[in-house]
Design a protein around this ligand. Structure first.
Ligand code: NDP
Ligand code: 2IT
Length: 448
């Protein structure tokens, strides 16, 4: 069988086995479709069952999460952990708390995580989890009770050498703190390496909070460098205003960029003078408020309802940092028309397949999420290393390691793209480079 037929056969099988899982099918197609030249060069791998196995999670865990709200009413949510692939190390990946969470979304995130983690060069397998719990509008006590209820089941499936969850949408330092505390209590174990993104006082790593956003900007610095450009005076649009967005804005600003817009799920703000990040941090990190509140402090800025319209703002660099499928073909056309030169994904799969194809066709230099946003999980890996050593490195040390890893990820995606005669296609480069590591490890470990 040739590569093309082999890949198509697996894609068809995935569609058949996982009907209605739109996001998961999208993620699988994106990776598999770029592997044709790889299998052309490695035809001996076609009959080793690698693709057949890699698209099937090693284990999936579903559980009920029952908790009491502030009115004393019983609430029930669904908990989920997908342990996707452990060829390179313990399963590793975040937990997402958002009402949209379902099997398809967690599987797409877990699948992406396999290759992303491979690219970091650290020994981590891929996994993801979460719940359809909606943290918005919940009191701090409700968040704590939910996190404890969630961990009261998850604890039996995780461990520092088994599966190491962390944060994602709706899960930050507060939630990790409650989950870690509960894990420690019921296990009677201070195994710090069981979760990452912990507070600095109990085993967290400096820079983990900033890591995804900073790492994204380090990755884009590499992209800019290759086209003889820098961040200086570039107009940048960042979607979202959560953890990834805030620290991408911070680093881009520190490198001389002017970040003019960001958003939340209701709408976006535009500030032609450049965003005041302290105001955004106060709104999002302290008050847990809406981005429209920006106008209370900065009345000259503009607020527009509808977060998708943010891509109509002219910019040099666009960094989607909110959620999947937030940048579609129409938005891609707008960006290209307005002269945008670089798009890099801080979020997981924020650009639709049509949008990505449009960027590649129209010479927009495109940084795919599994490479560009790998700084978060890479620093989680560094947190695990520090926990094992029972030491903590300084901010500068971790930041330096993060930068080094992002440079290596870029070089590995770029070199692979060049090697496969498609030098500006970092989608191809990242997918092949990540896949190759996982495939080689799976091959070495036998049929599992
Ligand atoms: P946060 O919860 O901190 O922030 C999410 C942001 O996205 C908020 O501003 C949120 O707005 C906005 N948003 C807009 N539309 C949606 C929607 N439909 N569903 C959910 N959120 C929406 O999450 P993070 O910043 O941590 O994550 C952002 C993206 O980055 C995700 O794709 C995540 O998977 C990815 N990522 C995160 C990493 C990390 O280390 N945290 C690492 C690598 C990738 P609102 O407040 O209105 O909901
Ligand atoms: O998507 C991601 O890479 C994350 N949410 C971070 C995962 C982690 O284990 O730090």
């Amino acid at each position: 069988m040739n590569s093309k037929d082999y890949i198509q056969e697996i894609i068809t099988q995935v569609e058949k086995r996982n009907p209605n899982e739109v996001e998961f099918n999208h993620a699988v197609k994106e990776v598999l479709n770029s592997l044709e030249p790889y299998f052309n060069r490695n035809p001996h791998l076609i009959n080793k069952g690698i693709l057949e196995r890699i698209v099937e999670p090693e284990r999936q865990i579903y559980f009920r999460v029952a908790w009491l709200d502030d009115l004393g009413k019983v609430q029930v949510n669904r908990g989920l952990r997908v342990q996707f692939n452990s060829a390179l190390g313990p399963y590793k990946g975040g937990l997402r708390f958002h009402p949209s969470v379902n099997q398809s979304i967690i599987k797409f995130l877990g699948f992406e995580q396999i290759f992303k983690n491979a690219l970091t060069t650290l020994p981590m397998g891929g996994g993801k989890g979460g719940s359809d719990f909606n943290p918005k509008g919940k009191s701090d006590n409700e968040i704590m009770r939910f996190c404890q209820a969630f961990m009261s089941e998850l604890y039996r499936h995780i461990g520092s050498d088994v599966d190491v969850p962390a944060g994602d949408i709706g899960v930050g330092a507060r939630e990790i703190g409650y989950m870690y505390g509960y894990y420690k209590k019921i296990q009677n174990l201070h195994t710090q390496g069981v979760l990452t993104g912990k507070g600095i006082l109990y085993g967290g790593s400096l820079v983990r909070t900033q890591a995804t956003g900073y790492g994204l900007v380090y990755f884009v610095e590499n992209m800019l460098n290759d086209i003889n450009e820098t961040f200086k005076n570039k107009q940048v649009v960042v979607s979202g205003s959560g953890n990834v967005a805030i620290y991408a804005i911070e680093k881009a600003q520190s490198l001389g960029a002017k970040v003019i817009a960001c958003s939340d799920s209701n709408g976006y703000i535009y500030d032609k003078n450049g965003l005041d990040l302290n105001v955004i941090k106060k709104i999002k990190e302290v008050n847990r408020g809406r981005i429209s509140d920006y106008l209370i402090d900065i009345p000259n800025a503009t607020y527009v309802e509808g977060f998708r319209n943010i891509w109509s703002i002219p910019c040099d660099i666009a960094l989607p940092c909110a959620t999947q499928d937030e940048l579609d073909l129409d938005s891609a056309k707008q960006l290209v028309k307005n002269g945008c030169k670089i798009v890099a994904e801080g979020a997981n799969m924020p650009c639709t397949q049509e949008a990505v194809n449009y960027f590649l066709k129209h010479s927009v230099y495109f940084g795919p999420g599994k490479a560009a946003n790998a700084g978060g999980v890479a620093t989680s890996g560094l947190e695990m290393s520090q926990n094992s050593l029972r030491l903590s490195w300084t901010f500068e040390e971790v930041d330096q390691k993060l930068k080094q890893i992002m440079n290596e990820i870029y070089q590995s995606a770029k070199t692979t793209a060049v090697n496969y005669n498609d030098p500006n296609n970092l989608v191809l480069g990242a997918n092949i480079a990540g896949f190759n590591k996982v495939a080689q490890a799976m091959l070495a470990q036998g049929i599992l």
